[in-house]
Design a protein around this ligand. Structure first.
Ligand code: ADP
Length: 458
């Protein structure tokens, strides 16, 4: 068995099985065996089952939220927010299942018809991270099942309990064995088994760029379709024509979500020189109002980081910035609560030469950079190997459009700190990956296009 610790105090929240190679192979076999029957169900039947899953989980949100607080450390308010977000995908794809339309194309030959249909790619596999233990599962499972695929998931070792609870509710909703399978154990072994199995037609991975590339390499022999949601290094740009209060609030909410452990977390805050001090002061006031605590209460708090490795990484990045001339305006150390709590930290006079500029922080740290002109800041925002999301605040319409056009990322969020919902395409470019999740684009990742020519009709 694998123990799942609570990041707040290290106590054991629960255990999951460490599946053997034999058990993982058997689960893959079941996922493949279930595909023909599941894919042949009427779209409406799959939709009704997904809707049932949505209803059952919706009736028990509180139990899911409390479990997520204990295994992930995020506060109850955030956990409940994640559940709304995650359930949104089940609802959306229960509906979308019925709308996987094809085309007819004007024929190129006399007495013929050209028909284009969309078919599920086949059995798929997914590997998920720990930062959204609920939403990561629902987003991948709902999309796959809606398209007519069956799916096997390996959740993160840190947060498998929420995932297994979702599986339990899925069974109660009538999602049978094989259609949705879950395995836990050695990630390296499981990764090898699913990537080398030719019957698995697609991998949907969310996690680090390093592991994403490894899985893509491992899958090359069996030529799988891939969706890769990898790391980010989001710029958050505040121009002097913006509403400073809104920008400060947007930044704090986006940054402190999940204690900064989010791939779309603002990672580089660029503030135009003329408003720099005023903006930093306001952000500091807002951050100081938010308590740092364990999260089993009804208010927003900054929780612990997920594990000791995460704490060391944040410490190292902040220490490096300080040693190279950054100003520590707030925090800059472990929080007095001890354990895995890191104090919310604001750094100013950060420069592009520091390690923190090119590294995904994954902690409650606001590195603030100064800039002078739009052209300069766009070039600096793009000066990263990642391209997941960029945020900017401005009230200049022309500038807003220029940012949307010139920033190299899969998502550009203007005058808001909030990105995701089920109806929009989430995903990145460059080393942040490829493929989209959510919206009607999301289901395209799970289907293949079939062209049928019907000749000899005259
Ligand atoms: P993080 O650093 O955020 O945990 P990872 O990319 O290491 O990001 O982990 C994301 C997911 O990938 C987790 O479920 C983890 O178990 C899995 N994982 C890590 N290494 C491998 C590997 N070599 N093969 C397959 N899966 C892996």
């Amino acid at each position: 068995m694998i123990d799942v610790p609570n990041p707040v105090d290290g106590s054991v929240v629960g255990q999951v099985e460490h599946h053997s190679e034999f058990e993982v192979r058997a689960a893959i076999d079941r996922t493949c065996a279930a595909f023909p029957a599941w894919s042949r169900l009427l779209a409406k039947q799959r939709s009704d089952i997904l809707r049932k899953w949505f209803d059952l989980v919706s009736a028990d949100k509180r139990a899911f939220a409390e479990l997520m607080c204990r295994e992930n450390g995020k506060c109850l308010t955030e956990a409940l927010g994640e559940i709304e977000y995650g359930l949104g995908f089940v609802e959306w794809y229960a509906e979308e299942a019925k709308r996987v339309y094809g085309d007819t194309i004007p024929t190129h030959a006399q007495g013929a018809a050209v028909i284009v249909t969309k078919e599920p790619v086949g059995p798929v596999a997914s590997i998920t991270p720990w930062n959204f233990p609920f939403m990561m599962i629902t987003r991948k499972v709902a999309t796959a099942l809606a398209a007519g695929c069956t799916i096997i998931i390996k959740p993160a070792e840190e947060t498998p309990l929420t995932a297994y609870k979702l599986l339990e509710y899925a069974r109660r909703a009538g999602i049978p064995e094989g259609v949705f399978e879950m395995v836990t154990g050695d990630p390296v072994l499981i990764g090898k088994l699913i990537t080398s199995d030719a019957r698995i037609k697609k991998i949907s991975f969310t996690g680090s760029t390093v592991v994403g590339k490894l899985l893509a390499r491992q899958s090359s022999d069996t030529l799988k379709k891939m969706t890769m949601e990898l790391g980010g290094n989001a710029p958050f740009i505040v121009f002097d024509d913006s509403d400073i209060e809104q920008a400060a609030k947007g930044l704090v909410a986006a940054k402190l979500r999940n204690s900064g452990q989010v791939c779309i977390s603002p990672n580089r805050v660029y503030v135009q020189s003329s408003i720099h001090d005023r903006f930093v002061q306001r952000v500091k006031e807002l951050v100081e109002e938010i308590p740092v605590d364990q999260g089993l209460q009804e208010r927003f708090v900054v929780g612990p980081l997920i594990n000791a490795k995460a704490v060391s990484k944040v410490t190292e990045l902040v220490d490096d910035a300080r040693a190279n001339g950054a100003n520590v305006v707030l925090g800059g150390h472990l929080h007095a609560k001890g354990g895995l709590f890191y104090a919310p930290t604001i750094l100013t006079e950060v420069t592009d030469a520091m390690q923190i500029q090119s590294t995904e922080i994954f902690g409650p740290v606001f590195p603030v950079y100064r800039f002078e002109t739009e052209m300069e800041v766009i070039a600096r925002a793009n000066d990263t190997e990642y391209g997941l999301v960029a945020y900017a605040y401005t009230r200049d319409l022309g500038r807003a459009f220029r940012l949307s056009r010139n920033i190299e990322s899969g998502m550009v969020i203007l005058n808001s700190g909030s990105v995701g919902t089920a109806s929009v395409p989430f995903g990145g470019v460059k080393q942040s990956g490829y493929g989209r999740e959510g919206s009607y684009y999301g289901i395209e990742e799970y289907v293949q296009v079939k062209y049928t020519l019907m000749a000899g009709l005259d």
